[in-house]
Design a protein around this ligand. Structure first.
Ligand SMILES: [Zn+2]
Length: 260
């Protein structure tokens, strides 16, 4: 496996990755459709800014700019949001510690197995002493978790603990070292971006790994066609493939609010 075929259909079928695992947690039907290429997640500005900053730290920003003409205006200038992405990069580069954490081996690929399921990972910045993943986000504010009806730290809301658990375990299988996992985080705030290095403690990763171990075999069976995926009935894919069977009594939906 290499950088070019890491996200290919064959490798996404053969291996589970941390994004794929998180997609299955959100909606099994959408995750499967995405692997099969039936559903293409829309490429948002937010995603593209993240990839832009990733590409810079990987040293491939020039290739990235050629591959994404949509970054530029008709006059050939970088659109303002990507000019700001360049400013975010400059801000991070002024910080010695941020750069030290980002100075590992870039986009290092490892494979392994969790609960009998083949996994692949691609580490943003791999050091023999730690694992670092780069994240760009709106800000560091807590996020409302609708299901649990409470605000939550963005680290757990976005499943970065799940990602850290998968990365730490697959690296351990390859190197025999259980390494600490860090997020080097950069915000898109204007005019001044914020930045932070977050450590996710080992006991948090232990709990997250248990969750991965308990769910990965089910998701693998869905990929193998042995189990029918469950629909969340909320996401874009479920709305796109929805079929109406009968009218619904609206009062049933009111009762749902009352229970909550
Ligand atoms: Zn869904």
């Amino acid at each position: 496996m290499n950088q070019q075929n890491y996200f290919s259909y064959e490798n996404n079928m053969k291996y589970m990755g941390s994004s794929q695992f998180k997609a299955f947690q959100k909606c099994e039907a959408a995750a499967l459709a995405e692997i099969k290429g039936e559903y293409v997640r829309p490429l948002s500005d937010a995603l593209l800014i993240g990839s832009f900053v990733d590409a810079h730290f990987e040293g491939t920003l020039n290739i990235f700019k050629v591959q994404h003409p949509e970054l530029f205006t008709r006059k050939g200038e970088l659109k303002s949001q990507y000019q700001h992405a360049e400013y975010m990069i400059q801000r991070a580069e002024r910080d010695k510690m941020f750069m030290k954490y980002m100075s590992g081996e870039k986009q290092k690929i490892f494979t392994g197995e969790i609960a009998g399921v083949p996994f692949k990972i691609k580490v943003d910045s791999y050091h023999p002493t730690c694992i670092v993943d780069l994240k760009c986000m709106k800000d560091f504010a807590s996020v409302w978790n609708e299901e649990e009806r409470r605000r939550e730290h963005f680290i757990t809301y976005w499943g970065y603990d799940i990602q850290g658990a998968i990365y730490r375990e697959i690296v351990r299988q390859n190197t025999e070292n259980t390494l600490p996992f860090y997020i080097s985080a950069l915000t898109k705030e204007k005019p001044e971006p914020d930045m932070q290095l977050y450590w996710i403690p080992d006991n948090v990763l232990d709990d997250a790994l248990s969750e991965v171990k308990s769910l990965a075999p089910r998701f693998q069976k869905i990929k193998n066609g042995e189990i029918t995926p469950q629909r969340c009935e909320k996401c874009a894919w479920c709305r796109h493939t929805k079929v109406l069977n009968a009218p619904v009594n609206f009062l049933e939906e009111c009762e749902v609010y009352e229970v909550e």
